[in-house]
Design a protein around this ligand. Structure first.
Ligand code: NI
Length: 188
């Protein structure tokens, strides 16, 4: 496996729509996913999209572990707020309600910064895995947030482009010192 170089904001690939993957079961896709998993772990990220490693294909990986849970879940849906490592090829999402919530995000392609981004609180996403099997899930909390963040990468969108209040774009170090609302501070 190989650590991949991460593209930073300003690289044209991060602004483009990524291409569909025609054969999700191809060995080179599996190889790419393995390298992305290693790269994400090394960078301590919660998600990574192929364009972030200079590959313009519709492929994302992400996870939403319990320690990143965005909000207390007490409506019987606690399982949908967290998720283990997920590999999604040709993914899509749709909101299941109009409700959005503001939460802190970071991005490996926008190092050193965090921003408070409005995201849908409840979504359904779908895609296929490395065996070509269809995945369809409902997600809430940080799980919903990281999925929206990563799938946005495939359409050339970085989180600052989703922000509605740019006064909440901050250096991570200043956030640590001064801001601390909510309990988020993630690096999807
Ligand atoms: Ni990102």
């Amino acid at each position: 496996m190989t650590l991949l170089k991460i593209a930073r904001m300003g690289h044209p690939l991060l602004r483009q729509r990524a291409r569909e993957i025609t054969d999700p079961t191809a060995p080179e896709i599996r190889h790419l996913v393995n390298d992305m998993i290693e790269t994400m772990a090394d960078a301590d990220g919660a998600g990574l999209a192929a364009p972030q490693v200079h590959i313009g294909l519709r492929l994302v990986i992400f996870k939403a572990p319990p320690d990143r849970a965005e909000e207390p879940e007490n409506d019987g849906e606690e399982a949908s707020g967290t998720i283990g490592l997920t590999i999604l090829i040709n993914p899509d999402y749709e909101p299941l309600s109009d409700e959005k919530t503001l939460g802190w995000e970071g991005c490996l392609s926008v190092p050193g910064l965090n921003g408070a981004v409005p995201r849908y609180t409840h979504i359904r996403y779908s895609g296929v895995d490395l065996d070509g099997n269809r995945i369809e899930r409902e997600a809430t909390g940080f799980h919903a947030r990281v999925a929206q963040h990563e799938i946005d990468h495939l359409d050339g969108l970085l989180y600052p482009m989703r922000m509605t209040d740019l006064s909440l774009l901050t250096f991570s170090e200043e956030l640590k010192h001064f801001m601390r609302p909510a309990d988020e501070g993630e690096t999807p």
